[in-house]
Design a binder for this molecule. Structure first.
Ligand SMILES: C[S@@+](CC[C@H](N)C(=O)[O-])C[C@H]1O[C@@H](n2cnc3c(N)ncnc32)[C@H](O)[C@@H]1O
Length: 223
């Protein structure tokens, strides 16, 4: 596909009722263990970058009290169906998790924030964003990580049903595009160690690797 098309990674987000990423609870335990290795951090500040429709937030809030939820302005401004009610992400968070300290920011606001972030979670984002957006996301991570901040990257891969839809006719940059509503969604299957290499090239160091055939799971720091 050569023509310029409108990609909306926002449309790739699965609803809040969908299953939490199967690697997430291991990632939470492992990253907490690593975070507390040198110094005990009682109430860590967590960022969920690309929180989507809060599918994994419902798991993260079981472990953490201080969370920054980040997504695009479009995703944050849109109304979504949360348990039968049309609400923004902020409205849902306020009614459902009012006791937690949750701040909601656009990706553009987040990159300019100077928070002392302990762990950034990025779940199923780097597989649905094309190279230009990924570059921006990496830049945002590097800018907001200090030398102790951990970055947890999880994504799904090698799903045979999805792979069957990836053909020469819908190839786009280093992935594939699919018509979705009034735009397209993007997908890149990060097979083997391709994501590992990409992250290392962008200035990250792998600290823990719990990748398997169906999922990439990495805990990283800044080099
Ligand atoms: C497939 S969804 C994943 C949502 C959630 N993490 C999950 O696993 O259910 C990808 C999310 O990344 C968001 N996203 C796309 N570009 C982004 C960017 N530059 N910064 C932050 N989030 C972004 C999309 O809007 C979308 O909500």
């Amino acid at each position: 596909m050569n023509e310029k098309i409108r990609i909306m990674p926002e449309y790739s987000a699965q609803g809040i009722k969908k299953q939490v990423s199967p690697l997430l609870s291991f990632a939470i335990q492992k990253s907490n263990e690593l975070l507390n290795q040198n110094k005990i951090i009682n109430n860590p500040l967590i960022v969920e970058h690309g929180c989507g429709l809060l599918r994994n937030t419902k798991e993260l809030i079981k472990y953490y009290d201080k969370i920054i939820l980040v997504d695009t302005e479009f995703q944050l401004k849109s109304l979504h169906n949360f348990e039968g009610n049309l609400l923004t992400i902020e409205q849902y968070v306020k009614t459902k998790w009012s006791r937690k300290n949750i701040i909601i920011m656009t990706n553009k606001e987040y990159i300019n924030e100077n928070n002392d972030v302990d762990i950034i979670y990025s779940i199923n984002v780097l597989d649905v964003t094309h190279p230009m957006i990924r570059k921006e996301i990496y830049k945002s991570f590097i800018k907001t990580m200090n030398r102790n901040t951990l970055l947890v990257v999880i994504l799904s891969r090698n799903d045979s049903w999805t792979l069957r839809l990836c053909k020469n006719t819908n190839k786009y940059f280093d992935g594939y595009v699919f018509k979705n509503r009034d735009a397209y969604t993007f997908y890149k299957n990060w097979n083997g160690n391709t994501l590992h290499k990409d992250l290392e090239k962008r200035g990250f160091k792998i600290i823990n690797d719990f990748t398997n055939y169906k999922y990439v799971g990495l805990i990283l720091s800044k080099k």
